[in-house]
Design a protein. Structure first.
Length: 296
């Protein structure tokens, strides 16, 4: 199990190459390349995206860092066009190609979750949306991870679940009927919508559960802080990961932990996260051995 962290906060502040150098210096094995906010040169989705991705891959290789998962932009809306001629969809497709160049095995692609009409068929839209990527998955040898999300209603901002029920999440991914799709569990999103993350994990298996986003919260806000800085039961979560024999990366999403840090504090903040991640991986591995022994 590799220790990984997403690039979003670091990339926004320092640029891609410096972000990777900081991640490597802090002691991480891997990075989750985030392509949020696809609106500028920083975010690698312009016309020279291939050259940018190739350069970044060279930097990562030099540093001994690997990219095993990535995250597509999530600015797609319910009334956007699912066609390569439309810019937002084109950016989704380019993100698959970029992830492939970087060496990722999976990319998280969000379905729509904002400003949805009351009668909107989210599951039907999502089915069409995800299956539209199959030719591009085949071309770039890229698997798409379907994430459990927290939607918000217009005007009231009331939260609602998007594939947060684990049985619905699993059934939907199975309905896509393709080897190119699997599941990403965002532990914080589970907690926000009333599902204990350890129970969500326990309902999965290593065949379908390939990626995760690790962070903590207080069950009220999607705060993306370090584990143990919120209210989630990490002992139960680590044991659940061991029981299902999770094979993906231990991948942090830590906007709430990293964004408030000054430039002087950032290296120490990253190192703190890396040390904690190593300790948590060690516990998962120890629990795996414990469960193997008890089954002998």
């Amino acid at each position: 199990m590799l220790l990984s962290v997403d690039t979003a906060v670091l990339r926004d502040r320092y640029g891609d190459e410096t972000a990777l150098r900081m991640i490597a210096a802090a002691g991480f094995d891997a990075y989750d390349y985030s392509m949020f906010r696809a609106d500028g040169e920083k975010f690698m989705l312009g016309d020279d995206y291939r050259e940018r991705a190739i350069r970044l891959r060279a930097v990562a290789d030099e540093l001994g860092l690997v990219c095993r998962q990535a995250h597509a932009p999530f600015n797609f809306e319910y009334d956007d066009v699912i066609d390569i001629s439309a810019e937002k969809y084109l950016h989704q497709v380019r993100s698959l190609e970029i992830a492939s160049i970087l060496g990722a095995e999976n990319i998280v692609v969000h379905t729509v979750k904002r400003n949805l009409p009351d009668d909107f068929d989210l599951e039907g839209f999502s089915y069409t949306f995800y299956r539209s990527f199959i030719p591009y998955c085949e071309r770039f040898n890229m698997h798409i991870s379907v994430e459990n999300l927290v939607g918000k209603k217009p005007i009231t901002n009331e939260k609602f679940p998007v594939f947060s029920n684990p049985q619905q999440h699993l059934a939907f991914v199975e309905s896509l009927d393709s080897e190119w799709f699997n599941i990403c569990i965002d532990l914080g999103h589970s907690a926000l919508l009333g599902y204990a993350p350890q129970d969500v994990i326990a309902s999965m298996n290593k065949t379908v559960f390939r990626t995760m986003h690790v962070h903590d919260n207080d069950f009220l806000a999607d705060s993306h802080v370090l584990p143990y800085d919120g209210k989630m039961d990490w002992e139960a979560i680590l044991r659940a990961l061991a029981r299902v024999d999770f094979q993906g990366d231990f991948s942090f999403e830590l906007e709430g932990h990293l964004k408030p840090l000054s430039d002087e504090e950032m290296p120490r903040g990253l190192e703190k996260a890396a040390r904690l991640g190593r300790e948590m991986i060690q516990k998962i591995n120890a629990y795996k051995e414990e469960y193997k022994s008890s089954n002998c």
